[in-house]
Design a protein around this ligand. Structure first.
Ligand SMILES: Nc1nc2c(c(=O)[nH]1)N[C@H]1C(S)=C(S)[C@@H](COP(=O)(O)OP(=O)(O)OC[C@H]3O[C@@H](n4cnc5c(=O)[nH]c(N)nc54)[C@H](O)[C@@H]3O)O[C@H]1N2
Ligand SMILES: Nc1nc2c(c(=O)[nH]1)N[C@H]1C(S)=C(S)[C@@H](COP(=O)(O)OP(=O)(O)OC[C@H]3O[C@@H](n4cnc5c(=O)[nH]c(N)nc54)[C@H](O)[C@@H]3O)O[C@H]1N2
Ligand SMILES: [Mo]
Length: 763
């Protein structure tokens, strides 16, 4: 099919591909985009780089000895095969495992962002396929919002509802006076949106707010998190202490008589018990500004002054998601909601609470929820789902999750499409051990990431530019017709075609394809999306001809929870009480020592998952400015940002001097879990005692033959703890890593991450 002017959508923006002689020469940003992302340039040289998987391949040992050879994963060379041979092999393994061990032994959770197009969404395609063959073990929750997604519906509203109803930037521009940003507002993160970021809003919005006189305060360990606003104030608290800092603010509101008693009485439950904890009536410890200051590592006066300013101005307070990606990550979100309720500005124009401004592009867009096209995944007869922070090491063991006791399934086969566990998972040395347990690992990906190199059967997928699709994030400005611009690289096939080939071999092709061609699917999904949309959209043919459909802006002055504030009985929240739950009887009833019935400060040092951690420095791993997670780390924009080929890491000059580290040195970061190399960037924009590195450098073991190898390239998950936030949510706790750093003086190991594996002929 052809479409309009020939746009393509990526998670980081809309571009017009330029193609000469069948090769991509440029991606030109969409003309309407005021702040296009540079990441597009990485696609141009990355798409057919040496790291591209060109043909199906099988690990040599697997071809000879099957699952018995699984210790060879990540170590052995590959043998390239024809599609028929590779699909026969994969289908045989899927069939064997489901017959011998049942479908719950297939892990198809396959977490990951894949590409923007909604029909060729790799995970949805895989889930639909696995449901056709009897189901699979899924994953629950996300790395992004593990704690938030479990906690927030119990105390306020679902994260999806909150994200879509965020007070619009235009309301903030008119009414907000003070913007207090926990974790800053890095426009770097707002480059992306899941499904697309068709018009970048955040950078221009921050500029308009600053011009309108809004004062910005960045509360967090890194000044650079608010670099996009000139003159922003910075309160450099210790990582992981936001809850204590906010308790200090809350205590000041109480002692100064500034807590909004009317709002608390009308719109919340459980304040009384929380207040007894806050004042120390319950446990003898007053959580006053002095107490909080000692924990957060700032002056008590700073806390008192900020509390008074927040109460005295129209204040928006925002929580970065990183706050909850840490041990006890439920607490800063719960305490943030509580503090906002005490300030009483929730539901007012320009004031209240934000849970993700600047986390992704669409937050605060004021656009109505148009859920982009979605591939129906069918029904999964297997009801096991494991929280993403847990993996494969403890089959049969029991664990607590969201008030239930569950057991880990015994996974025999892993089928992954569209994610990179060797990017996203914590404690990679542990992951490597776990990854050797299943009998068979099947991976579909366009690129030879570590995930593919650690597979048995590797099936090359097309990228979005090699197929027709429809892009669009919920809350975004445009639905985009993604016109195919290139022929598939090598022998790559669309995930849909790969899975249809497996489905045919397993006798379920009609069920999987629904008897439709890709063209027919695209039309059907678009028309379904149009039918369900709360705003008018053009029909499919008009959409195709224009290449775009603009979603009308109907709520430019949207205010989060406005109706609830006005009439809590008439517009109750979806919580058990219909009110904001500062105290939750349900969570209290779970009896969890690490997550009681109201927000509390818990010292991370007491978390069982961190026992034995004694590094003197706190390592934060933020989202990368130069790529999306691990995607296109091998592209120009990401590679140009590296230091001696390694991922840059921010170090305070004082910490560097104490260790003889200079700007631009290669350093080794380590703790008892593992070690990685990185390139030192000295800056006083980070709190002493804190290091910060972006995620996404492809895992590059110096010695793949030995477990626990040094990573040459800068993957922070070598040292992060693989432990749940608490027994409530079991969310990802990546931000709780304690480490040491030293100058690396040994000869520099080469970077091999972007090379394909070794290939050998048939055994
Ligand atoms: N230390 C630390 N770790 C973290 C985080 C952190 O803050 N700190 N953040 C976490 C968060 S929030 C997230 S969301 C995760 C992200 O983790 P992931 O979503 O797993 O990361 P991506 O790099 O986006 O992985 C996508 C993979 O899909 C492949 N792909 C792209 N398009 C296609 C396609 O069409 N078909 C197929 N088959 N494959 C495709 C890409 O090549 C890539 O390998 O990481 C988490 N990990
Ligand atoms: N360019 C780009 N943008 C992205 C992504 C990407 O890969 N690339 N990934 C997207 C995804 S999947 C997600 S989930 C979101 C994640 O969005 P977030 O989780 O909000 O993003 P992070 O960059 O992990 O964290 C933001 C900042 O929080 C600060 N921080 C860390 N720990 C603490 C703490 O304890 N207290 C305080 N106050 N601050 C702290 C760090 O300095 C960090 O720079 O980003 C999205 N945006
Ligand atoms: Mo995420």
């Amino acid at each position: 099919m052809s479409g309009g002017d020939g746009f393509t959508a990526t998670h980081w923006g809309v571009y017009r591909p330029r193609v000469a002689d069948g090769r991509l020469t440029a991606l030109d940003p969409a003309p309407w985009d005021a702040a296009p992302s540079a990441i597009g340039r990485s696609v141009v040289d990355g798409i057919d780089a040496p790291a591209r998987i060109r043909r199906p391949a099988v690990r040599e040992g697997f071809l000879r000895h099957g699952p018995a050879s699984r210790d060879g994963r990540g170590r052995e060379p590959f043998v390239e095969l024809s599609w028929d041979e590779a699909l026969d092999l994969a289908a045989r393994e899927l069939d064997r495992v489901r017959r011998e061990h049942g479908n719950a032994a297939i892990f198809g959770g396959s977490y990951g962002w894949a590409s923007a197009g909604r029909f060729h969404h790799a995970q949805s395609q895989l889930h639909r396929f696995l449901n056709c063959i009897g189901g699979y073990t899924a994953h629950s929750d996300t790395y992004s919002l593990g704690a938030g997604r479990v906690l927030m519906p119990r105390i306020l509203a679902s994260m999806d509802d909150l994200m879509l109803s965020q007070t619009a930037w235009s309301s903030l521009e008119k009414h907000c006076e003070l913007f207090v940003a926990f974790g800053g507002l890095p426009a770097r993160n707002a480059q992306v949106g899941s499904g697309g970021a068709s018009d970048h809003l955040v950078k221009p919005a921050l500029g308009r707010l600053a011009a309108a006189g809004v004062r910005f305060v960045n509360v967090g360990p890194v000044r650079h998190d608010l670099d996009d606003v000139a003159g922003a104030e910075w309160i450099a608290i210790r990582p992981g202490t936001d809850t204590a800092f906010m308790l200090g603010l809350a205590h000041t509101l109480v002692t100064d008589g500034l807590a909004d008693g009317d709002f608390l009485a009308r719109c919340t439950v459980g304040y009384g018990e929380f207040r007894r904890y806050l004042t120390g009536e319950a446990d003898g410890v007053a959580k006053d500004a002095g107490w909080a200051a000692a924990i957060a590592g700032v002056a008590a006066e700073t806390i008192v002054t900020l509390a008074r300013r927040m109460a005295g101005n129209r204040t928006m307070m925002n929580l970065a998601w990183s706050l909850q990606r840490a041990v006890h990550g439920e607490q800063p979100f719960w305490m943030g909601v509580t503090l906002a309720a005490m300030l009483g500005q929730i539901g007012t124009p320009g004031g209240g609470l934000g849970v993700g401004y600047s986390v992704m592009n669409t937050m605060g867009s004021g656009r109505r929820r148009v859920t982009g096209p979605r591939l129906p995944q069918g029904r999964n007869p297997v009801d096991t789902a494991i929280p993403v922070a847990d993996m494969l090491l403890n089959p049969g063991a029991s664990y607590r999750y969201n008030g239930q006791t569950r057991r880990y399934p015994d996974i025999r086969l892993v089928h992954w499409a569209g994610g990179n566990a060797f990017h996203h998972h914590q404690d990679i040395n542990r992951l490597v051990r776990a990854w050797r347990r299943p009998e068979t690992v099947i991976v579909q990906d366009p690129f030879w990431t570590a995930q593919a190199k650690f597979a048995d059967i590797v099936l090359p997928a097309t990228t979005a530019l090699e197929r027709d699709d429809i892009g669009g994030a919920t809350g975004d400005r445009f639905l985009v017709w993604m016109a195919r611009a290139l022929d598939p690289v090598g022998e790559a096939r669309d995930d849909h075609a790969i899975l249809a080939g497996l489905a045919r071999r397993l006798g379920v092709e009609d069920a999987f394809t629904g008897g439709l061609t890709t063209e027919e699917w695209l039309e059907r999904l678009y028309e379904e999306c149009r039918f369900n949309a709360p705003v008018p959209l053009p029909d499919f043919r008009s959409f195709l001809a224009a290449g775009l459909a603009e979603i009308p802006l109907v709520e430019p002055e949207k205010i989060l929870l406005q109706a609830f504030r006005a009439d809590p009985d008439g517009s109750p929240l979806p919580t058990p009480s219909g009110r904001i739950e500062i105290g939750s009887a349900i969570i209290a009833g779970f009896g969890l020592p690490d997550c009681p019935g109201h927000p509390v400060w818990r010292d991370p040092a007491d978390h069982p998952g961190l026992a034995g951690d004694d590094g003197p420095l706190h390592l934060l791993s933020c989202q990368p400015a130069t790529r999306l997670h691990s995607q296109y780390d091998h592209g120009a924009v990401s590679r140009e940002s590296k230091i001696a080929g390694r991922e840059p890491i921010r170090i305070h000059p004082g910490d560097a001097a104490a260790r003889g580290i200079g700007d631009g040195d290669v350093v080794r970061v380590f703790n008892r879990r593992g070690a990685f190399l990185a390139g030192a960037v000295l800056t006083d924009g980070i709190r002493p005692g804190v290091l910060q590195i972006a995620t996404g450098a492809w895992y590059d073991p110096v010695d793949p033959a030995t477990d626990g190898s040094l990573d040459a390239h800068g993957n922070p998950n070598m040292v992060t703890p693989d432990t749940g936030t608490s027994a409530l949510a079991q969310g990802c706790s990546a931000q709780s890593a304690l480490v040491e750093v030293e100058r690396f003086t040994a000869p520099l190991p080469p970077i091999r991450a972007f090379q394909p594996p070794r290939f050998v002929g048939r055994p």
